[in-house]
Write a protein that binds this ligand. Structure first.
Ligand SMILES: NC(=O)c1ccc[n+]([C@@H]2O[C@H](COP(=O)([O-])OP(=O)(O)OC[C@H]3O[C@@H](n4cnc5c(N)ncnc54)[C@H](O)[C@@H]3O)[C@@H](O)[C@H]2O)c1
Ligand SMILES: [Zn+2]
Length: 405
């Protein structure tokens, strides 16, 4: 409504003491989140992938982007994707050649994968009703997801994660992004995928390190939300290390569901509030990855990060010693090494706390657990004690390696 009068020559000029209008509205956007677990998704007779494509408008146009590291381990993969599409002509039409992009953290370190993907989306005429299928590790999912969420302000993305960490965590997340200015995930968007297809057969070509890597996220989420699952992890840790696919499938599925339920039911899918309880162990993990020049995989860094936060909790009298010991034993039985040379640089590592606060925006929140299933949020960290906790984890690592040597 205008507040002008005949005496006022500039009716729309706003003065600090006079606001011409304050109009508000509210809207909600509904998203659905789908997770399908299968084996051999690209077998032409497997209905899981084609079942995700809408019927009625002719075959869905689909661009496939795959992780180079995965293709090196499975050179037949691009041909399998082509064969799957050719065998289902009523459901899908592949656009252009299968695009192979750099795998691993390198895919997030610059704009190369982002550009390759947006260019292929452009060249292939992929529109908002078409699909991008990405097959790869968590890093490639993040970078290609960012490209897909940016092109046309968002094209439909089907994620097919190919690592344990990807299937258990990154794949069902709603975050996409790349690293920039020396910081993990500095550029990115929240955007849920059209669907996530966990083909657990893909995991069999992983090296031992990446086979195990996602299991630290299982320990993390079990400690936060599911004590019975924590017991299961402790009792199957050695089977998992010995690469039992049936046990891994169960563990990956339960972990993915816990992550997914947190997003769907937690009431804060896009992390607009302060606490992000699934970041247990992560303030140091992100910094450790970076300090090691990404020699430490994300899951390996999370295993160390969980140990540091629990050791801090124990020193502060919050976490009973047996909880710390049992967690460390479970992680070690899975095959994790719970230390790294970069831990010696305490001061750089502690900068991770400041960076974490900045990334959250506002108040620092560090979540750890008193017992499995009993999380607690800390907003103040005693740096003297945290330094001692880092030293203790570092020293335990030195002792373990001298025993092993
Ligand atoms: N978006 C999210 O919510 C979210 C959550 C957790 C982690 N992440 C991100 O995920 C990334 C880590 O992902 P990751 O642990 O999957 O590692 P990764 O993506 O770095 O992959 C590890 C290595 O395995 C190779 N590879 C992938 N699949 C393979 C297969 N089946 N066989 C053989 N080799 C294969 C890759 O080429 C790479 O060299 C980090 O960048 C992390 O920040 C994102
Ligand atoms: Zn993580």
């Amino acid at each position: 409504m205008s507040t002008s009068s005949n005496q006022d020559p500039h009716p729309f000029e706003l003065h600090s003491s006079r606001i011409a209008g304050d109009d508000r509205g509210r809207f909600d956007v509904e998203w659905s989140h789908r997770l399908l677990t299968t084996r051999d998704a690209l077998d032409p007779s497997n209905p899981v992938l084609t079942g995700l494509l809408p019927e009625g408008d002719g075959p869905a146009r689909l661009l496939a982007v795959v992780d180079r590291g995965l293709v090196e381990a499975r050179p037949e993969l691009p041909a399998q994707i082509e064969h799957w599409a050719e065998s289902n002509p009523a459901a899908v039409r592949l656009v252009g050649d299968v695009v192979t992009v750099n795998g691993g953290e390198q895919s997030k370190q610059d704009f190369e994968v982002f550009e390759q993907t947006t260019r292929a989306i452009n060249d292939g005429g992929i529109c908002r009703k078409s699909f991008v299928l990405v097959v790869g590790g968590g890093a490639v999912l993040d970078a290609v997801g960012y490209a897909a969420a940016s092109a046309h302000r968002g094209v439909r993305l089907i994620r097919m994660p190919s690592t344990t960490l990807g299937q258990a965590d990154a794949g069902v997340g709603v975050k996409n992004g790349i690293n920039a200015y020396g910081k993990k995930n500095f550029l990115g968007v929240f955007s849920p995928p059209w669907a996530v297809v966990n083909d657990t057969r893909l995991l069999t070509s992983l090296c031992d390190r990446h086979w195990r890597s996602g299991l630290s996220e299982s320990v993390k989420v079990a400690l936060l939300k599911d004590p019975a699952f924590f017991d299961l992890l402790c009792s199957t840790a050695t089977q998992l290390r010995r690469r039992d696919l049936d046990v891994m499938e169960q563990v990956v599925h339960r972990t993915a569901l816990l992550h997914m339920n947190h997003i769907v039911e937690g009431g804060d899918a896009f992390e607009l509030e302060i606490a992000r309880p699934l970041d247990f162990g992560h303030w140091s993990a992100h910094k450790l990855e970076q300090m090691s020049g990404f020699e430490l995989a994300h899951g390996e860094a999370v295993a160390i990060g969980l140990s540091i936060d629990l050791a801090y909790g124990a020193m502060m009298g919050l976490v009973p010693e047996p909880v710390l010991r049992r967690t460390r034993r479970c992680l070690r039985d899975m095959g994790f090494t719970l230390s790294h040379a970069v831990l010696a640089d305490h001061e750089t590592l502690l900068e991770g706390l400041r960076e974490f606060r900045e990334h959250l925006g506002g108040r620092l929140t560090i979540t750890l657990v008193r017992e499995a299933g009993d999380p607690v949020d800390l907003h103040e960290i005693d740096l003297v004690v945290m330094r001692r906790a880092i030293e203790a984890i570092q020293q335990a690592g030195v002792n373990e390696s001298s025993r092993a040597g």
